[in-house]
Design a protein around this ligand. Structure first.
Ligand code: GLV
Ligand code: MN
Ligand code: MN
Length: 417
């Protein structure tokens, strides 16, 4: 590694990186050491302001695109060169942890700051991105900001999505954009030379293998559906069962049938129903309408296609009393990361003598969409017991800093390409 690059890597500060995690974790803090920072909420806006403040302290230019993705740029010396990008997301699950997403943003800032403090000149700009609404917990589906930025989806597709309180994304987004005025306006579909996302692993492989860095090879396929069951509300005490069109009873039948369909002795298929809206949601009224989510994942494209095709018929056949609709809301991957970026990350880990291992990602990430438009890779660091999407999510400061060092070295390698 060049001396100047070594100098930059040595300026990555474990203490500063940890302190910033602690500061961010206070925004939307919930009992149990967790975080609830829903996309485009007042907590998300507060986190955006803190990030903008840190970026401005270093005189980095801050930009914003039409879906609220935030960009922090350190210029390169070739004005025509596309940036090397790095980042992740600041929104969280409703009962999320202190590291999912925010680590990739803070590691990116740490890399930018370390490179800047070392005064390293790069040919390409290096740009941090904090993607809007990666989690999809408030406004489904997930990875919305990167989908729109890369042109995989149109902004208009999402403006009418509503949260559980009936707030439209259109209004929440307008509020968030207005809350951070005076930023450079960034266009959608801007070219990128490469993208690296740092993230906690969210699984147990690194910890079990005793490795500090996961060099991520790709992301398994993911499909989301909204299943809606249309029944009729009735009196719970008086209406004979035979005369009912009970939407919740049929929803339970459908979910059981989908569990059967996706049963897998190898425990590779991932099938989850995690969200359900019941109307009128009263103990003594028969449910007239149920909407529930389906999250289906598998690394093999043929398997996920087969299951996805069978899911709609299975759901409709399982309903005994009600009409059912199945609406796809997300169709992603699987994706395979770029060999050149994988090599750059692995080489950086080897040069820094940090133990690494190649591994796939079970979770979805914005890197999935970036992989469609530029060479992309990811760096994983361990999280305690593999726990994530849970208040108890935990990671060690030293591992977070090691990931930021590998990120810094890999970004510098790519930014001078
Ligand atoms: C992202 O959080 C995912 O659902 O994998
Ligand atoms: Mn995440
Ligand atoms: Mn997540």
């Amino acid at each position: 590694m060049r001396e100047a690059h070594q100098d930059a890597v040595s300026r990555v500060s474990e203490e500063r990186l940890w302190r910033r995690h602690v500061e961010m974790a206070a925004i939307g803090a919930i009992p149990g050491n967790g975080v609830n920072r829903a996309a485009l909420s007042k907590e998300d806006i507060a986190a955006r302001k803190v990030l903008i403040g840190w970026a401005r302290d270093r005189n980095f230019e801050v930009g914003l695109d039409a879906i609220g993705n935030l960009f922090v740029r350190r210029p390169g010396h070739d004005a025509a060169a596309a940036p090397v990008m790095t980042g992740s997301h600041m929104d969280s699950q409703p009962r999320g942890g202190r590291f999912d997403g925010i680590y990739g943003v803070l590691a990116a800032l740490e890399a930018l700051q370390a490179i800047d403090e070392a005064g390293v000149k790069t040919r390409r700009p290096i740009e941090l991105v904090a993607w809007t609404n990666e989690e999809g917990g408030r406004f489904p589906p997930c990875t919305m900001g990167s989908a729109v930025h890369t042109g995989a989806r149109e902004l208009e597709d999402f403006l009418d999505v509503r949260d559980n309180e009936g707030v439209a994304l259109r209004d929440a987004l307008a509020q968030a954009l207005a809350a951070t005025p005076g930023l450079a306006q960034r266009t959608l579909r801007a070219p990128a030379a490469a993208y690296i996302e740092a993230h906690i692993e969210q699984g147990p492989l690194l910890e079990n293998a005793g490795k500090t860095i996961g060099v991520v090879t790709g992301i398994q396929g993911l499909r989301w559906y909204d299943v809606e069951v249309f029944g009729k509300t009735d009196h719970a005490g008086t209406t004979p069962l035979a005369l009912r069109q009970d939407a919740l009873r049929d929803a339970v039948n459908i979910i059981a049938a989908l569990h059967e369909l996706t049963r897998d002795a190898t425990d590779t298929v991932r099938f989850t129903v995690g969200r359900m809206l019941v109307t009128p949601n009263s103990p003594n009224s028969v449910a007239s309408h149920v909407l529930f989510s389906v999250d289906l994942r598998h690394p093999d494209p043929a398997t996920i296609d087969r299951l996805a095709k069978a899911a709609e018929a299975t759901a409709k056949n399982a309903a005994k009393q009600c009409k059912v609709t199945v609406t796809p809301t997300l169709h992603d991957g699987p994706c395979v990361f770029d060999p050149g970026v994988i090599d750059a990350i692995e080489r950086a880990a080897n040069e820094l003598k940090v133990p690494s291992v190649r591994l796939p990602s079970g979770a979805s990430h914005d890197a999935m969409y970036m992989a469609r438009v530029c060479p992309t890779g990811m760096i994983f660091v361990p999280c305690e017991n593999g726990v994530s999407h849970n208040e108890a999510e935990n990671a060690r400061p030293a591992d977070l800093a090691a990931g930021a060092r590998v990120l810094t070295a890999a970004l510098l390698a790519l930014a001078n390409d």
